[in-house]
Design a protein around this ligand. Structure first.
Ligand code: EPZ
Length: 423
């Protein structure tokens, strides 16, 4: 097992490139199942555990993939199995993304129910509701979702999501693009990852109106084509790197980004006392180390993203006063807090709100990762903690951050990755 050993106290400076987005790569990779001919070439795909897991699942289904230098080639001409097994699906919930495209292309799909996750229940009822609206019959037995449609072809329908769901919107889009007729999706998720999926599907030959908004209209196509496509940047990785500069009183520039997609996060950094400058494709952040306590409420895009909530809590441990961080997407996404408190933070949890009392001097010690963004928050805290911190079970971090210690060391951090054994 790997751990990150972080010697704190170094101001970060310099410039770094953002990686491709994990959360847009996954639906795009799933959407390649929709084309029966040709080979896709996907650029700017991050080299992450979740991507490896997902390509393993597609290989199991019969796709051919080749990944090198952040370019993924995929061909789905010879799919052989329509069942996504538990052993692979339990490794990553987003495996549910194969449901929509498989159902759309073959009229049948069997997908293991996804496992739970570290921060509370993550149901898939909205995914299933969307498939049923397009004519699918869904049964759940022995831990599997069995979806099929009479006559093998989905039919367009009207889908309304009672709450904003990135995954369910993605699955609905990937099912609707091959359904017969028109589909409308209201209260769709408008996250940049869904906007990128829409652009990808349009490039494949779909007709989609409303890209980037919460109201989508899709005209089903007879078939779709394999294409070359460049994936969007990872706004959560970029936000995490900016938070590393802010917490260490540093000054960095992140390149290869679209600041427009990070407005809610950049506004909070400015409120917290950082100087933020942007160009078309870069963001520079400078912090003098003095931070203003800044409240945040995580909500669907374009509000502050829940995937930056844990990182913001770590940052606010250094602010001159008390901050309130509320998560309205995942009410229990606070496993990082007991670990941050072990580093010396003083954070209380009241329902779905964290109350962070700062500034607190953090002292390095061993801390345990519990999920992807929680582990990112522990790394941020380790950067500013006195002495040495050890973040254990770094496999959580490797799911969503491409060589994060290399990037942070490039900016002046002092982190080493070491093997260790757990009792
Ligand atoms: C995506 O998860 C992201 N994952 C998550 O990022 C992110 O936190 C989340 O969107 C919210 O932005 C990927 O894109 C792979 P949702 P997803 O469906 O699609 C409820 C990370 O750190 N809901 O938008 O699973 C759900 O419980 C990961 O990179 C239902 O009730 O999230 C939640 O409260 C963590 N029924 C809310 O909707 C459903 O059928 C939003 O979830 C589906 C969701």
């Amino acid at each position: 097992m790997d751990k990150l050993v972080i010697r704190g106290g170094h101001r970060l400076s310099g410039s770094i490139n953002a990686s491709g987005s994990k959360n847009s790569s996954l639906p795009i990779i799933a959407a390649t199942l929709l084309a029966g001919d040709g080979t896709f070439t996907l650029h700017n795909i991050p080299d992450l555990r979740d991507i490896t897991t997902f390509t393993q699942l597609l290989n199991y289904l019969g796709t051919e993939t080749a990944f090198s230098d952040n370019t993924l080639q995929i061909s789905s001409q010879n799919l052989k199995s329509l069942q996504a097994p538990y052993e692979l699906v339990k490794k990553m919930r987003a495996s549910i993304y194969v449901l929509g495209p498989m159902l759309a292309r073959f009229g049948h799909a069997r997908v293991s129910l996804p496992g739970g996750c570290a921060f509370g229940p993550r149901p898939i009822d909205l995914h299933l509701m969307a498939m049923e609206k397009l004519g699918a019959t869904i049964t759940i037995e022995t831990g599997f979702i069995d979806a099929s449609v009479k006559g093998g072809k989905l039919r367009g329908g009207d889908i309304h999501f009672p709450l904003s769901s990135v995954g369910a919107t993605g699955n609905a889009l990937m099912a609707a693009v091959l359904a017969e007729g028109k589909t409308t999706i209201s209260n769709a998720a408008a996250e940049p990852e869904i906007e990128t999926l829409c652009k990808f599907l349009i490039a494949m030959g779909s007709t989609i109106r409303g890209t980037g908004t919460t109201e989508l209209e899709i005209e089903g196509a007879k078939s779709l084509n394999a294409i070359d496509f460049r994936n969007v940047f990872d706004r959560i990785e970029a936000g995490t790197l900016l938070a590393a500069a802010a917490i260490t009183g540093g000054e960095i520039t992140v390149n290869g980004v679209e600041p427009e997609q990070m407005k809610s996060v950049l506004k909070k950094f400015v409120q917290a006392g950082c100087i933020v400058e942007t160009t078309l494709n870069s963001i520079s952040l400078k912090s003098h180390g003095k931070l203003t306590p800044t409240d945040v409420t995580a909500k669907p895009y374009p509000s502050f993203p829940t995937d930056m909530q844990a990182q913001w809590i770590a940052l606010m441990t250094q602010a001159d006063g008390t901050s309130h961080i509320t998560d309205k997407v995942y009410h229990e996404r606070f496993n990082h807090i007991p670990e941050l408190n072990r580093l010396g933070a003083h954070i209380e949890i009241r329902k779905n709100q964290a109350i962070v009392h700062g500034p607190q001097l953090l002292s390095g010690t061993k801390v345990m990762s519990t999920d992807l963004r929680a582990s990112a928050s522990l790394v941020l805290a380790g950067l500013v903690a006195k002495g040495t911190s050890e973040v254990l079970r770094v496999y959580h971090l490797d799911r969503g951050y491409e060589k994060i210690e290399t990037k942070l060391n490039t900016l002046g951090a002092d982190i080493s990755r070491e093997k260790y054994n757990e009792f």
